[in-house]
Design a protein around this ligand. Structure first.
Ligand code: SAH
Ligand code: SF4
Length: 434
């Protein structure tokens, strides 16, 4: 999401007369787009900001700005704490960046040469802005289709840093995808905090286009354009969406379905709005409509009051679903959330780590076992580029979003090729061109 936002910021700055550059030495401004989801994400940003002091010591005109959720969460407190930062700009205020940069640039040095814009909006979707594609491989791109979230999961800071949920005009989404396809892109990922609650509403509040229909329209652009989406909330994963996916071979067979916990007691405390039974019913529906679909998830270890029994329930759920991939986190208390106000962060850090490590070990084993079953199968792979390890090998992804590495042969990035899997690790499938 931040990557996509940075591409919007790039477009706004270019339009405002600024050039983008790729090295620190060339830059007059360094803008850092930030995440506030867990404390360690914020600590990394602070570390980066402090590292930049050395370059600022050499070049006094170098200015630093903080964008995104951390700017929104901390506002001017961030500039008070990090005195080499001149600008903070929240996720809904990017249109003001050219003006803010101007303000910061022309001010004399000292505490007054600073600017902040942190208003949240109920309508901003940047839908008229054609993002610049930063560091793009020219093959896959992100398209932001909705912003904000109002689910208020008890642990989560997103509703406070990104504001209310709002969807982007479907026609602008389809136009952006078509324009990418015409320029040679072969894969788009539709992005939102909860993409499947996408809802385009007009006039009297009627939903005119929902997520399944939007997917249908984007997938219809061309069978050669792969379509992915992230992230979907289990509560909004409808049969209708699964039906649309089944009808289009170019909608990728991969669903990211964050579960957070395998215990109903925890899910309730987390305000996730579904039960383990509902979640498993959705997994079953995915397997029924899309038998070859991979499923991935997010999980939190050590949320407030989590008992050993709750933790075991999470491990059991992992054993039942057998995810292909999981993002696994220790619970990190975020100021201002319901959990911070009403629930104790009562699991000791060492215990959170132990639980997290157990989940990671189990998931590693499951991913390896899943991948071993892939040996002998053939997949259509969208070739993306050279493998990191060897120039003689290329890599790409199958529809399930698994990475395949194979000998280069006559394959060309940006094209589809059939690859047979003949070996694997827990993270990668190794194969050969068919
Ligand atoms: N909108 C998405 C998630 C966005 S945040 C969804 O609801 O599925 C990405 C992930 O970060 C979450 O799924 C959750 O697992 C994790 N996360 C969010 N807040 C967290 C916190 N306070 N501590 C630890 N992990 C957290
Ligand atoms: Fe956060 Fe929950 Fe919204 Fe996801 S759905 S962004 S976890 S509040």
């Amino acid at each position: 999401m931040n990557f996509a936002d940075s591409e919007v910021v790039g477009a706004i700055l270019q339009k405002g007369g600024y050039d983008l550059c790729t090295t620190l030495e060339e830059a007059d401004f360094v803008l850092i787009n930030t995440c506030a989801i867990r404390d360690n994400a914020e600590q990394r940003v602070r570390h980066r900001v402090r590292e930049l002091r050395a370059e600022q010591g050499r070049r006094r005109q170098l200015r630093i700005g903080i964008l995104g959720c951390m700017a929104e969460r901390l506002q001017s407190q961030l500039m008070a704490e990090e005195d080499n930062v001149s600008l903070v700009c929240g996720p809904d205020a990017y249109r003001r960046l050219p003006e803010l940069l101007q303000q910061v640039r022309h001010a004399s040095t000292g505490s007054r040469d600073r600017a902040a814009a942190v208003e949240l909006s109920t309508t901003e979707t940047y839908d008229d802005i054609e993002p610049v594609r930063l560091g793009s491989n020219g093959i896959s791109a992100y398209i932001s289709i909705m912003r904000g979230c109002q689910n208020y999961c008890a642990y989560c800071v997103v509703p406070y840093t990104r504001g209310r949920e709002r969807s982007r005009d479907p026609q602008t989404v389809v136009d952006e995808a078509r324009s990418l396809f015409d320029r040679g892109y072969r894969e788009v990922t539709l992005l939102g905090q909860n993409v499947n609650s996408y809802k385009w509403v007009v006039g009297s509040g009627e939903c005119v286009v929902g997520f399944p229909e939007l997917m249908d329209r984007v997938a219809a652009i061309d069978p050669g354009l792969r379509v992915r989406f992230a992230t979907s909330h289990p509560k909004d994963l409808s049969d209708e969406l699964l039906r649309v996916m089944a009808a289009h071979g170019n909608i990728c067979r991969c669903i990211h379905l964050p579960v957070q916990s395998g215990s109903n007691r925890m899910l309730k405390l987390m305000n996730r709005k579904y039960t383990v039974e509902w979640y498993l019913d959705r997994v079953e529906a995915i397997r029924r409509f899309l038998p070859d679909c991979s499923i991935t998830t997010d999980v939190i270890a050590g949320f407030s009051g989590e008992t050993e029994e709750d933790h075991q329930a999470t491990l059991d759920l992992f054993r039942r679903v057998r995810y292909d991939y999981a993002y696994m986190f220790k619970y990190s208390l975020r100021e201002g959330t319901y959990a911070a106000r009403h629930l104790a962060d009562d699991i000791a850090d060492g215990e959170k780590t132990r639980r997290l490590n157990e989940i990671i070990a189990l998931q590693g084993q499951i991913a390896l076992e899943n991948n071993r079953q892939e040996v002998g199968r053939e997949y259509e792979v969208l070739v993306e580029g050279e493998s990191h390890r060897s120039k003689e090998r290329l890599f790409g992804r199958n529809s399930q979003n698994k990475v395949l590495v194979f000998d280069r042969g006559d394959a060309v990035p940006g094209t589809y090729r059939r690859v047979r899997v003949n070996d694997c690790t827990a993270a990668t499938l190794l194969g050969e061109l068919v």
